[in-house]
Design a protein around this ligand. Sequence first.
Ligand code: PMP
Length: 361
Amino acid sequence: MTERIFNFNPGPAALPSPVLEEIQSELMNFKGTGMSILEISHRSGAFEAVLNDAVARIKRLLNLSDAYHVIFLQGGASTQFFMVPMNLLKPGLSADYVNTGTWSTKAIKEARLLSQNIHVVASSEDRNFCYIPKNIQFTSGSVYVHLTSNNTIKGTQWAEFPDTGGIPLVADMSSDILSRPLDLSPFGLVYAGAQKNLGPAGVTLVIIRQDLLDRCRVDLPSMLNYQTHVAKNSLYNTPPVFGIYVVQLVLKWLEETVGGLEAMGRLNDQKAGLLYDLLGGEDFYRPTADKDSRSMMNVTFRLPTADLEKEFVAAAQKQGLGGLKGHRSVGGCRASIYNAVPLEAVETLVSFMKEFVRTHG
Ligand code: PMP
């Protein structure tokens, strides 16, 4: 390839072109420091301005009150699978989990290593996780209810979050954070690996509310303790400087170029709508998720045979449409259409898909 392709990778995923260009333009000399951002101290004023701007933008985009703290950690979303129960479940306390796919299953496995009181209150495993459970009964006295807001592999997403009767929600939002307007008030903690909607791999966003922070265990290793990172504004140790910088640029793009979450949500609806309209109109393509549970971020579908799927992915790649293979655990095809994937990419994909049915259907 001599030119950039349309990138439908599930993560790490597409970044906005203006962000990549800005990184390139200031790579050799970051803001007059005479050094690259890759070389400067995390304690420098130049970096602290980046970090504080990123935090302020997240708070603005999500309308967060001062009760919420925004921190950047390492170890991926997978580290949050155990940090959440490690911090929030003092001995004897319990938590509810909803199992909607591969990532929820992993979160439950990790939580069970740390606590005997993990209740799986709902699961869609009976139909291979093709839907989001409804009418869930939560356990009174649970410290939190954990869910995965968007299921990257199974292609499902919570359209609305359940009423937990006041139990704080804890959500893995790795694959749909900041993709639509969101009222965070029912959430006590949200985490997201950055490499889908926020930036590069290597940095994880955590948003935690003061009342949950107050209830965290203190007898934990410093690095695994949320209180450490909140108290030190993510500067307890050397944070992922470059990753946080790219996140800050992506947030700036989201606020200033896209126009915020309302505009982002409309664009994402439009993109997903184009694909689901096509999937609904052709017998050839078979969406894998129930209609009311479909993800606006990861559109998963099958073709009549595995051989056709292989041919589809290869032919698309040849035309500059990359990353359409489904996750190795489920097969099929998947178009990940995160924030940075432009409408034009989806329009080009839809044209390609129509042509593929004409020649192979
Ligand atoms: N949760 C979700 C919803 C994901 O999609 C992923 C990665 N694909 C993870 C967790 C794991 O993230 P990480 O690789 O950052 O640990």
